[in-house]
Unconditional design. Structure first.
Length: 194
């Protein structure tokens, strides 16, 4: 898996950014919101990435925040939601706005997005209800709060957000790194003590 690409932004074309890194130009598809926040061509840029391998292509998707990448990964795990639709959703609303819509059961916010009808919006709200809590805070790629990162890490491993949040808060100390919190939370879950 390619976790991030850092290099010179060469050009933004339609829905992708081309980044030169060690003599290779990577085409990275991004949400419109990410493309709008990129610096001018010639600047150094770092995008968190998700690689999708298909029979006919290897596709890179890029995001400025972990929250956006985590929501993208959550969306593409839902039956009938592919990378294109996930990008369309993240182009129309931030990760925290999507979390708010899920929390409020706000079908109308999702219907306004291109490619989403009422049935798809209703299904997304149901599917995302237990998955999006804890991974939707708009956090920068580095320096995010360790507790939020640990909860997001546990959710990405398949744990329910409410369980992850409860256990992480139970095992936290003042100087824990996200990795230490995840290890401690996993130990606690395996022992059944949290």
């Amino acid at each position: 898996m390619i976790g991030f690409i850092e290099g010179e932004l060469i050009v933004i074309e339609q829905s992708c950014a081309v980044i030169a890194c060690h003599g290779i130009g990577y085409e990275i598809e991004c949400p419109v919101s990410t493309l709008c926040e990129l610096p001018p061509a010639g600047s150094t840029v770092r995008l968190l990435t998700h690689l999708v391998v298909r029979e006919d292509a290897h596709l890179l998707y890029g995001f400025l925040t972990r929250a956006d990448r985590n929501v993208f990964r959550t969306l593409i795990r839902i039956s009938g939601v592919g990378p294109k639709l996930a990008l369309a959703i993240l182009s129309g609303m931030t990760a925290s706005e999507l979390a708010g819509a899920v929390e409020r059961d706000d079908v109308q916010s999702l219907i306004r997005l291109p490619g989403i009808g009422k049935k798809t919006a209703e299904r997304l709200l149901i599917e995302l209800r237990d998955r999006i809590v804890g991974i939707s805070a708009d956090t920068p790629p580095t320096g995010a709060h360790p507790i939020q990162e640990a909860i997001a890490g546990l959710v990405s491993l398949g744990y329910k957000a409410a369980d992850a949040e409860r256990v992480v808060h139970a095992v936290k100390t003042s100087d824990d790194t996200p990795e230490a919190l995840i290890r401690a939370a996993l130990r606690a879950m395996m022992k059944g003590s949290a």
